[in-house]
Ligand binder design. Structure first.
Ligand SMILES: Cc1cc2nc3c(=O)[nH]c(=O)nc-3n(C[C@H](O)[C@H](O)[C@H](O)COP(=O)(O)OP(=O)(O)OC[C@H]3O[C@@H](n4cnc5c(N)ncnc54)[C@H](O)[C@@H]3O)c2cc1C
Length: 422
């Protein structure tokens, strides 16, 4: 829906919404092209890395994959995994490197077409008009929480994965972690290592090995050009965007996350959490299936590395197939909340996109934008930083620079002659 713009709004050639690594990368390339723009950030730049990661967080991707525009990782541990403080320090350097024209504390509340052309960008601090708009507001907006959560007893503390900080910050008693994707598996591990009793509802997330045949699996996959594969060439096509990330960790130099090992050590594993009734949690009888499926992915990735090594004639230490060291004796479907002394729940079952503030018809039935490499059917509207936007690395440190450079060229080609004057 188009609306009448106020007469005296400020104008900018390009408005970038979001001051995370994606928005700042976009700003970097627009600065290179001399195109005037503004970055509108509702909190502060790189907020997600500062405020939405737990204390023991470290990268899952190796440091060498931290490759923002003309700002590679230059530390002495390219095959290591930066801890939270190190990531923030590295990003602080990137913020200085870009020196973007940012307005912090300014939320974009609406983007719509102007009748006279371009876009009206309404913000918490007034409106502006823009010839082009780049939405770089991240890929993880609204945490998913099943409505059964409303019926859980009030004394059970419930938090989102993005709110989890330390094992000590949770109340006494067992902790139920719901979901075993990258966040759920690592948070369960963090609690487990701290000696907390953990009950984990295991979902359908796949897993992969950290190291295989003498190298980080990421190194092998990079050599195999997996990270250069565009979404159109992926066997799942756009469907890959719905995939849950593989669980593995960079903690303590990197290692596998093996939930069977945790179970062997006392963590209680269940299948997918389905309901709560009469003081009891009900789980789907799919723990065995989910563990087997995660292991199958683990073995499948390793087998693809085996094939690559054989095809290329590479000399590498021998590989082996994962042998399960624990299996559930029976599927347990009910857990009495009081008897299990669960005092807190950490929800780790993903996020829904929230682009409700974009008043333009570019979304599918699930609220995901239609685009090709971030270019939408609405002339001048772009997305950047979405998971698998173009390649695996689009929503990460490794691929956002390539995507931003691509969009910068598109934007420059469309920019009005006076866009560069500023
Ligand atoms: C738990 C977790 C672990 C991860 N681990 C890794 C890893 O190991 N390696 C890796 O490469 N990647 C990792 N990622 C993925 C990715 O690097 C991060 O999600 C990163 O934060 C994405 O950057 P971004 O700039 O695209 O989005 P964000 O960092 O989310 O930035 C978006 C910004 O937009 C702002 N914003 C949103 N809406 C508006 C609005 N309407 N108006 C104004 N501002 C707005 C937000 O405040 C935010 O600052 C991880 C992600 C998560 C969640």
């Amino acid at each position: 829906m188009s609306i009448q713009a106020p007469a005296a709004e400020a104008h900018v050639s390009v408005a970038i919404v979001g001051g995370g690594q994606a928005g700042l990368s976009m700003s970097y390339y627009l600065k290179q092209s001399g195109i005037d723009h503004v970055v509108l950030e509702k909190r502060s730049v790189t907020h997600a890395w500062r405020a939405q990661r737990w204390d023991a967080f470290c990268l899952v991707t190796p440091n060498w994959q931290c490759a923002l525009p003309d700002y590679p990782y230059r530390g002495d541990d390219p095959h290591g995994f930066m801890k939270k403080d190190e990531i923030i320090a590295w990003l602080d350097g990137f913020v200085r490197h870009v020196d973007a024209p940012v307005r912090e504390g300014v939320a974009v509340t609406r983007v719509a077409r102007r009748p006279q052309g371009g876009f009206l960008v309404q913000t918490s601090d007034g409106a502006l008009s823009a010839d082009q708009v780049v939405v770089a507001s991240g890929g993880y907006h609204t945490p998913i929480v099943p409505r059964m959560a409303e019926r859980l007893p009030a004394h059970v503390v419930q938090i989102q994965s993005s709110e989890y900080r330390t094992p000590e910050a949770l109340p006494e008693g067992a902790v139920l972690v719901v979901g075993s994707g990258q966040s759920g598996a690592q948070i369960a591990e963090d609690l487990h290592l701290a000696g907390r009793k953990v009950v984990l509802a295991v979902g359908e997330a796949p897993r992969c090995a950290r190291f295989y045949r003498g190298r980080d699996v990421v190194d092998w996959l990079a050599d195999m050009k997996y990270y250069d594969m565009p979404v159109e060439e992926h066997p799942l096509r756009e469907g890959v965007r719905d995939n849950t990330n593989h669980y593995v960790t960079g903690r303590d130099g990197g290692r596998d996350i093996d939930l069977r090992k945790f179970a062997h050590e006392g963590m209680e594993l269940y299948g997918v959490l389905e309901d709560y009734a009469d003081g009891k949690l009900r789980f789907a009888p799919n723990l065995q299936e989910n563990l087997d499926s995660a292991d199958a992915t683990y073995n499948r990735i390793n087998a693809s590395i085996d094939r690559f090594i054989a095809q290329q004639g590479i000399s590498a230490p021998p590989g082996n197939s994962y042998q399960p060291l624990w299996a559930p004796q029976a599927e347990r479907e009910w857990l009495d909340l009081a008897a299990s002394a669960i005092g807190s729940i950490v929800w780790c079952i993903g996020f829904r996109p929230d682009f409700s503030w974009i008043d333009l018809p570019v979304f599918n039935g699930r609220g995901y934008p239609g685009h090709v490499r971030g270019v939408t059917a609405q002339n001048g509207l772009y997305f950047l930083g979405l998971p698998w936007q173009h390649t695996w690395g689009s929503g990460r440190f490794s691929g956002v620079a390539r995507d931003a450079a691509y969009l910068a060229d598109r934007i420059a080609a469309q920019a009005r002659p006076d866009a560069r004057a500023a």
